[in-house]
Design a protein around this ligand. Structure first.
Ligand code: RIB
Ligand code: CA
Length: 314
């Protein structure tokens, strides 16, 4: 078996971020989490950096290094999503206050130093929120870009349009300038857009399977998705909560769950009407250089089988 893949999880927990982190921590043979870097997004930074630690302790992994990062986007006011995730960002289960400390180092410094110290091409960045931390690291230390193995990110949409505006998905919309820096960085990128994550729905049967694990993790995940689903059920009439961010972790474990195309993706950063739109050349109508593998489909049953089995290990 190859050695575990070294990753940094950049995140704005968020219930779906929490499940993505749990899936990674449940898979130490395949994934070595070098650290978790928190960013403002679903809720402000003080809450995302608290929630990340709550999740690590729920997984009984209090030694994970959690760093607080950027508390606002590069060039815009912060937009948060309490209407989806609740006031705490992790509404649903009642979980204890974290005991584990935040690391001293700023998330951006941790990203830069880790990429400088680890052998080139051995660290993968898993981005589950706005791309402010990663873009800031790339701007401050451009030489680290070529040392990144790849970036797997949840963000954007093409056939699905947007979820925070008609044109834009939340992670990209919150910090479009950061997204533009990342998509132009030359780093290999795999994108999990709404086109895929809106097919990863926590139906009642799937939620019951989480609860049936009977563990603190299984019950907490069931309670998180019970809370998290009401927004999407109301808005889209969907059959359950879309598990956006765990698609990123699942790709690391079982990439063949996903299909997509290597295409050009550019970010709208000028027009307020379409701000943060991922302009994905899915049909190859331009001669722009392909810069991202943009996923279009998922084996949802296979995804939930993997997720439920792994959560059962915690
Ligand atoms: O649009 C969905 C994304 O925005 C997810 O990452 C969710 O956690 C929020 O950050
Ligand atoms: Ca997120």
């Amino acid at each position: 078996m190859p050695p575990p893949r070294k990753i940094i999880i950049d995140t704005d927990p968020g219930q779906d971020d929490a499940v993505a982190i749990l899936l990674a921590l449940a898979s130490p043979k395949e994934i070595k989490v070098l650290g978790i870097t928190c960013v403002a997004g679903n809720v402000p930074l003080d809450l995302t950096s608290k929630n990340a630690r709550i999740v690590c302790e729920l997984a009984a992994k209090p030694d994970v290094k959690v760093h607080a990062g950027c508390d606002r986007p590069l060039g815009r006011d912060l937009v948060t999503a309490e209407h989806v995730h609740g006031k705490t960002g992790l509404d649903g289960p009642t979980l204890p206050e974290p005991q584990m400390p935040l690391q001293e180092a700023h998330a951006v410094d941790f990203i830069m130093e880790t990429l400088r110290n680890e052998p080139p091409g051995t660290v993968t960045l898993c981005a589950l929120g706005p791309l402010t931390n990663i873009a800031t690291a790339f701007e401050r230390a451009p030489e680290i870009r070529e040392r990144v193995a790849e970036i797997i990110l949840m963000g954007g949409g093409y056939f699905e349009g947007g979820n925070i505006t008609p044109a834009a998905e939340f992670n990209i919309y919150v910090d479009p300038q950061a997204a533009d820096i990342v998509f132009r960085s030359g780093v290999p990128i795999v994108v999990m857009p709404l086109d895929v994550t809106h097919k990863a729905l926590v139906t009642k049967k799937r939620n019951d399977a989480f609860r049936a694990l009977g563990t603190s993790v299984g019950v907490a995940v069931a309670e998180m998705t019970d809370f998290f689903e009401r927004f999407d059920k109301e808005k889209y009439g969907s059959a359950g909560a879309p598990l956006h961010d765990p698609c990123v972790t699942a790709y690391l474990l079982q990439p063949d769950l996903f299909t997509g195309r290597h295409i050009n993706v550019e970010i709208e950063t000028q027009s307020e009407l379409t701000m943060g739109m991922t302009v994905a050349d899915w049909w190859g109508v331009t001669n722009r250089r392909p810069n991202a593998t943009f996923m279009g489909d998922i084996d949802a049953d296979g995804f939930f089988a993997l997720l439920t089995e792994r959560l059962g290990r915690l």
